[in-house]
Design a protein around this ligand. Structure first.
Ligand code: CO
Length: 432
């Protein structure tokens, strides 16, 4: 167990800016866009990009690897570091993904065949103007980031006149039939989507080998409320954590840290579908990196891992004023009251008393309050990357995150202060 204490450093007071978060949310419309945007921020801060194939060679002190929806970044102050301080988050959000053969339609309406990715709140995708973003792989295996930031598609809700008792009965949407977006008029000729896509990218359609494209709400992120105390946006889960992790890492580097740790940020893809993939938390890539970083260290890998600590950062459920009974009465997180420490005796969260104590120390060092969340006994508990990382690497892990409402809606809501408090906490965590 790591016994180093966060130093109370009054001169270290990072001041993250909410406008930076709004820019991040608007830029990160797919996992690949999130990784690309975070990579740009790291490059500007002096981190050097390398590829997975270079992991066997000497690594720069400050570097990052960006591949698909996975980003790994590190700040290694000393070759003989004593422990890792890791913040893990996920780059993906529930959405609608474009199928390989998406050309569909009925009665003269042209439609796109989509597959449901993760646990979406289906109703939240209705009557929104949707763009398309993600990765297109070309026949020479190169990858192109694609973002068509236009009102391309929409899923229209059935009119009340044709669904008279919907408000009493509740809205029931068949995921195969009722969530198929309309994107114009015409027939469903096979190849139409690919032709359209290639014209948007400016290449021949035969050059497109495959894609990973999702629909996203075009509405930009916005401050909300009479006092602008809230943020409304798509993908708050989990871009808030991605932003806080990267900003915290950059702030800690800027301070000119002389601690003996090696700080690491891991943004994983595929958390919303169970993390079992090459670029998910269940894959081997983080371990590849940690082993490479430890090469040349006089301490053994096991010695360093035993002294290490990981924060699994993912948003938490704030208490909803219209549904307070959904929370345990003593564990009802509120917006703008600080990050939420998530515990579950059945290990759906990785938090242990020891791993919690490290996070509480970082909050104290950053002068940030924190809150507790435990799900109600009659309510199944969610999970996140924490238990996977801690099981794979044997590193003491704590699950924490910013409180929000409408999790997995196409447009979610959180406090505007919490992401800043969380960023400050993570910056202090990295310097200890
Ligand atoms: Co999440």
């Amino acid at each position: 167990m790591n016994t180093s204490r966060p130093r109370q450093d009054p001169t270290f007071s990072p001041q993250p800016d909410v406008s930076g978060l709004l820019r991040h949310l608007d830029a990160c419309v797919s996992p690949a866009h999130a990784v690309d945007y975070c990579g740009t921020q790291l490059r500007l801060a002096g981190f050097q990009e390398v590829s997975f194939s270079k992991l066997g060679s000497a690594l720069p002190n400050c570097g990052f690897i960006a591949e698909s929806g996975l980003l790994l970044a590190w700040d290694n102050s000393s070759k003989n570091f004593s422990h890792f301080r890791i913040v893990g988050a996920h780059s993906d959000s529930p959405c609608l993904k474009v199928k390989p053969l998406p050309d569909a339609g009925n009665f003269g309406w042209r439609q796109i065949g989509v597959e449901i990715y993760g646990g979406i709140l289906s109703n939240s995708w209705l009557d929104r103007d949707l763009g398309i973003a993600g990765r297109v792989v070309l026949s020479d295996h190169s990858v192109t980031l694609v973002r068509i930031n236009e009102a391309v598609a929409r899923i229209p809700q059935l009119a009340i006149h044709l669904d008279r008792d919907v408000n009493e009965r509740g809205l029931i949407l068949d995921k195969q039939i009722h969530l198929m977006p309309i994107w114009g008029l015409g027939d469903s000729t096979e190849g139409y989507f690919k032709e359209w896509l290639s014209s948007k990218i400016g290449i021949g359609s035969t050059q497109i080998a495959s894609w990973d494209l999702g629909l996203y709400d075009l509405t930009p992120a916005s401050l909300l409320g009479s006092d602008s105390s809230l943020i409304a946006s798509g993908r708050l889960d989990n871009q808030v954590s991605c932003w806080a992790a990267i900003e915290g890492l950059i702030a800690a580097k800027t301070r000119g840290d002389n601690s003996t740790n090696c700080s690491v940020v891991a943004l994983f893809d595929h958390e919303e579908v169970g993390s079992q993939s090459t670029h998910g938390a269940g894959g081997p890539r983080l371990q590849w990196l940690l082993e490479s970083l430890n090469a040349g260290n006089e301490r053994s890998f096991q010695e360093v891992l035993s002294a290490s600590h990981c924060i699994s950062a993912d948003n938490a459920h704030a208490v909803h004023p219209n549904y307070p009974e959904r929370h345990d009465p003593q564990h009802r997180p509120l917006p703008n009251q600080g990050p939420v420490l998530k515990s579950n005796a059945n290990q759906r969260y990785a938090t242990s008393p020891e791993s919690a104590a490290v996070f509480i120390e970082s909050c104290a060092a950053a002068e940030v309050p924190y809150q507790h969340f435990v799900s109600k006994n009659t309510m199944p508990c969610g999970s996140t990357i924490g238990p996977i990382t801690s099981t794979q690497l044997g590193i003491s892990t704590v699950d924490v995150g910013v409180a929000q409402l409408s999790m997995h809606s196409a447009r979610e809501l959180c406090g505007a202060l919490d992401p800043l408090l969380f960023t400050r906490t993570l910056a202090h965590y990295f310097i200890a």
